[in-house]
Design a protein around this ligand. Sequence first.
Ligand code: BEZ
Ligand code: FE
Length: 276
Amino acid sequence: MASFDESPDQRLAEVLRSVVTHAHAVVRETRLTEDEWNAAIKFLTDAGNITTDTRQEFVLLSDVLGISMQTIAVNNRAYEDATEATVFGPFFAQDAPRIDQGEDIAGGAPGQPCWVEGTVKDTDGNPVAGARIEVWEADDEGLYDVQHTDGRVYGRAWLESDKDGTFRFWGLTPTPYPIPHDGPVGKMLQSTGRSPYRAAHLHFMVSAPGRRTLVTHIFVEGDPQLGAGDSVFGVKDSLIKTFETHDANEPTPDGRRLDKSWASTRFDVVLAPEDV
Ligand code: BEZ
Ligand code: FE
């Protein structure tokens, strides 16, 4: 502990003292063998070797150990009825296309069309106009556009809330999919009998001046994966939404008739103030 006393960065010293305290406790409590220590070093080396600009195995490791969700919990204090945050995940892209209200984020991605509407409000119930709403999701095979190697852009877009805080768009009904499990983290899940599957979800990031940026998802009520468990512990009850299924030809909220069944859901977002 004392080796960090002269650190010019006392916050760094505080974190490292805690890391050392807990890591030593792991070794003592488990009577870690030298073979196990070597296996742990090899695991971390493999995680480093598979990591590239587009594949971050250490974030994945943090996710499946619940460390990401714990970090989100301590950094997004519950505030009045503000919408809860959840894990960011590796599949956000900065330069998603912009859409107008009522347009489609699917961009040709296969899946069941899903109408999503809602409002963005502050914790006093006032509409937040012009909030930037980023949305991204996997196709019905459980793959994000960036996991394909042909540079396609689909299943993602951003739009702005209207003057009255409302928003609406077409997307896809989310389906469960596995996190990337062809690397060391996948091997760890397999060795411990854990599933790589995530509960079906649609990602949101909502930001507005003076408001805490919200990174979250909505989950699908009735999805069997909710009961089986989410591999990154991202589910919160308040984020589980009803997705209603509609028959083909039932008129859609924007007055169209589709030749296949579609779904609809609602997500009312409440943003906390920036400084809480
Ligand atoms: C995702 O939801 O996209 C995700 C989150 C954590 C790890 C892998 C994927
Ligand atoms: Fe996801």
